[in-house]
Ligand binder design. Structure first.
Ligand SMILES: NC(=O)c1ccc[n+]([C@@H]2O[C@H](COP(=O)([O-])OP(=O)(O)OC[C@H]3O[C@@H](n4cnc5c(N)ncnc54)[C@H](O)[C@@H]3O)[C@@H](O)[C@H]2O)c1
Ligand SMILES: O=C(O)[C@H](O)COP(=O)(O)O
Length: 526
């Protein structure tokens, strides 16, 4: 039974799902060193933002197949290191959207009405009404930086509260912004015009310290900033100084450049700042959502099924994936075949998408073909996650061509591999919904299903040659399951495809190659 380590607190519903297929260990207080020590025995790791999955952890996780982040942000995971090792990283892109948006709105209102401090004072027995006259958000301008899932929900609710909306998001269309009641503006315009600025962007090199002394200098003195996105998007020293000097009116922060928040100039400030310890996703509902979402993906991957929201393999909607699955199988099979036919070091792979396939999303098919091509050499070390990187590192040039006009099958795939020992091609298609057929070898037409063990010969089409190969295999006690010859002209060149029940004995290939008329022979194991 596979083993799953849960190293951050997640809802029991997730543990129950994982327990259907795995032994689940919940260890939420592991130090860095302890994590590195225990990770080798686990097939999957499930985390929230509390566990840092460094390259060292990934390197030590020699059995790891999947890291599941029960939440959105994967910035606590070294995703490139996981990708390189072929470990799938999945998250829950939508499970906590509403929770984070509502927390943002709660922070905005708390900040405007000084609720946290008024509450604390009253609990100390002080009835102070005069210190806490706040502001209404009604009719004020909210600047939303990042109009993705959370930003969009914040905008929708803020609009209903009577706020005017500006948004900055270079990846969002004007139509989408207008649909949400937002005017898309440049960042500086947003900084200069907004009474409230809320951040809903990932932390990237472009967004690190986006709010700094310079950007704060552009803001109105009554501006209030809310960050429920990621620590490090705000320069904490700059914002603390600006608040102290009264350059802006307030800040509400849920996330920090270093978490847990230790000693910080932020904690010394008064009612103009509201701080929460990364609580954006902490609702019962969100925790159930993300736990189910991620536990199901871990379960599926451990059962050999694809994950629906992996961050390091091409994202496909489940319905598209379902439709493409037989073609992925086809691409992988053809990749395996053509790689073995070409032999030696492969320099380039030409992938021709034909018929209906030419109009499909090609990236997963290309990856599947590369996985097939590399799997004889790399075995289980190559998968959908790292196939492209592995191919690139081996200097394999990948060329994709499309031709929707080739209609001999609904969709077919033509792979041509050029290597140090020559160039070979295979074409394949699906019969019915999911039965694979090899339809040509080196452009000789055939029609054979793939088989675990196969033998191919290139030969002169002449009497006796098929019989000679048949008897030779018989002499070596190899049972033939099926045989087919493909040729373009009578007594010209031809290809023979044999499906055999057993692997070929080592010394038979030399004998086959010596049969009169045989130009070359190849074995393929699928
Ligand atoms: N505090 C919490 O507990 C909590 C909970 C959930 C999510 N989050 C964080 O909230 C953020 C937003 O999450 P989401 O689910 O809405 O993500 P999302 O991917 O749906 O939206 C992010 C948006 O940011 C935009 N964007 C990217 N780079 C940008 C840039 N340089 N300038 C402006 N816009 C840019 C993207 O186009 C996208 O529309 C993420 O950082 C996520 O990790 C925090
Ligand atoms: O990216 C996220 O999903 C949030 O930051 C939530 O993090 P958490 O799961 O640790 O609460």
């Amino acid at each position: 039974m596979p083993k799953v380590l849960v190293s951050d607190p997640i809802d029991q519903v997730g543990i129950d799902i994982l327990s259907q297929v795995a032994q689940v260990d919940v260890k939420t207080d592991l130090s860095k060193e302890q994590l590195v020590e225990v990770i080798p025995e686990y097939d999957a790791l499930m985390i929230r933002s509390g566990t840092r999955v460094t390259a060292e952890v990934i390197e030590a996780g020699r059995n790891l197949k999947i890291i599941g982040r029960a939440g959105v942000g994967v910035d606590n995971v070294d995703v490139p290191a996981a990708t390189r090792k072929g470990i799938i990283v999945v998250n829950s892109p939508e499970g906590n959207t509403i929770a984070a948006a509502e927390h943002t709105l709660a922070m905005m209102l708390s900040l405007s009405r000084y609720i946290p401090e008024a509450n604390a004072k009253l609990k100390q027995g002080k009835w102070d009404r005069k210190s806490y006259t706040g502001n209404e958000v009604y009719n004020k301008t909210l600047g939303v930086v990042g109009l993705g899932k959370i930003g969009a929900h914040v905008a929708t609710v803020a609009r209903a509260m009577g706020m005017k909306l500006l948004a900055y998001d270079p990846f969002i269309s004007v139509e989408r912004a207008e649909q949400l009641g937002c005017s898309l503006v440049e960042l500086d315009v947003l900084f200069q015009s907004a009474d409230y600025i809320t951040l809903h962007i990932p932390k990237t090199p472009e967004t690190a310290n986006l709010i700094n002394a310079d950007s704060i200098a552009k803001m109105k003195p009554n501006a209030r900033i809310i960050n429920c996105a990621r620590g490090g998007i705000i320069d904490e020293t700059a914002i603390a100084e600006a608040l102290k000097a009264g350059k802006i009116a307030g800040a509400a922060l849920d996330v920090f450049s270093s978490e847990p928040l230790g000693e910080s100039p932020l904690t010394a400030l008064g009612k103009e700042i509201v701080l929460t310890p990364h609580l954006g996703a902490s609702t019962e509902e969100a925790q159930v959502n993300v736990a189910i979402d991620v536990a199901e993906q871990i379960r599926d991957v451990l059962l050999g099924e694809p994950a629906r929201s992996a961050v390091n393999i091409p994202g496909l909607r489940p319905d598209v994936l379902e439709q493409l699955k037989p073609y992925l199988q086809l691409a992988e099979t053809l990749g395996k075949m053509v790689g073995q036919l070409a032999g030696g070091r492969i320099e380039s792979l030409n992938i021709g998408l034909r018929g209906d396939l030419a109009t499909n999303q090609s990236q997963p098919i290309v990856i599947a073909a590369l996985k097939g091509l590399l799997s004889p050499a790399l075995q289980e070390r190559v998968n959908y996650v790292n196939a492209s990187i592995e191919a690139k590192e081996r200097g394999i040039r990948v060329v994709e061509t499309r031709d929707a006009s080739i209609k001999d099958y609904a969709g077919s795939l033509h792979l041509s591999a050029k290597g140090t020992l020559g160039e070979h091609s295979v074409t394949g298609a699906l019969l019915g919904d999911d039965e694979i057929r090899i339809t040509s070898i080196n452009d000789f037409p055939v029609n054979v299903p793939p088989n675990r063990y196969m033998l191919f010969t290139l030969h002169r089409d002449m009497p006796g040659i098929i019989g000679r190969i048949g008897s030779l295999l018989g002499e070596f006690n190899v049972n033939i399951a099926s045989m087919q010859v493909g040729r373009k002209i009578v007594r010209g060149d031809a290809v023979m495809v044999l499906s055999i029940d057993d692997p070929l004995p080592e010394n038979i290939m030399n004998e086959i190659k010596q049969v009169a008329g045989i130009r070359d022979a190849y074995t393929v194991t699928l």
